[in-house]
Design a protein around this ligand. Structure first.
Ligand code: DAT
Length: 172
């Protein structure tokens, strides 16, 4: 069996994880998993958050659901949080970053308003997810990627593609 790495794409909602992850899957042949969609499909929820009017993820069930596949490798995982996953799953962690003005526009276009919009932009300003990643994983494997423009996206794709190819050479 060819060994393939597991990659985590994380960051505030709207920074471009899904766009990057799907294209990366096409270019690398790795399997893309959107944890939000996985939870919705399997109803992997545990209660309801009244403040944000959204279901609360059942983290244990999400981890159980993915654990076998993660053990086989070759997964690209996309989620806006990162400390719920076992550290052993990932060979590299990318935290996507977007400037607040761009992020504000993207989230507005997505239909976010009021507190939800403000809180998400603040989450990015205070680099909450980057700090979460730095605490949850070995700092050497955590990388920030600026993702403001289509040029940034292409550059990020190239960078991760190169890293993946190198990892596969080193491990096979
Ligand atoms: P996420 O999965 O992090 O929530 P997304 O991939 O859905 O983000 O992207 C949010 C929006 O931003 C979507 O309309 C596509 C756009 N976008 C993503 N990456 C971009 C980039 N590098 N430059 C410009 N727009 C981008």
């Amino acid at each position: 069996m060819i060994k393939r790495p597991n990659i985590l794409l994380t960051g505030t909602p709207g920074v471009g994880k899904t766009t990057l992850g799907k294209e990366l899957a096409i270019r690398t042949g790795l399997t893309y998993v959107n944890v939000g969609e996985l939870a919705q499909e399997g109803q992997l929820y545990d209660g309801f958050d009244e403040e944000y009017q959204c279901p609360v993820l059942d983290e244990d069930r999400v981890v159980d659901e993915l654990d076998e596949k993660m053990g086989e490798g070759g997964m690209i995982v996309d989620y806006h949080s990162c400390d719920l996953f076992p550290e052993r799953w990932f060979h590299i962690v990318f935290v996507l970053r977007t400037d607040n003005t761009q992020l504000y526009t993207r989230l507005e276009n997505r239909g976010y308003t009021g507190k939800k919009l403000q809180d998400n932009v603040q989450c990015e300003i205070f680099q909450i997810i980057y700090e979460e990643a730095m605490e949850a994983y070995q700092q050497e494997i955590v990388h920030q990627l600026k993702n403001n423009t289509p040029e940034d996206l292409e550059h990020n794709l190239e960078r991760i593609l190169q890293w993946t190819e190198q990892w596969m050479q080193d491990h096979n």
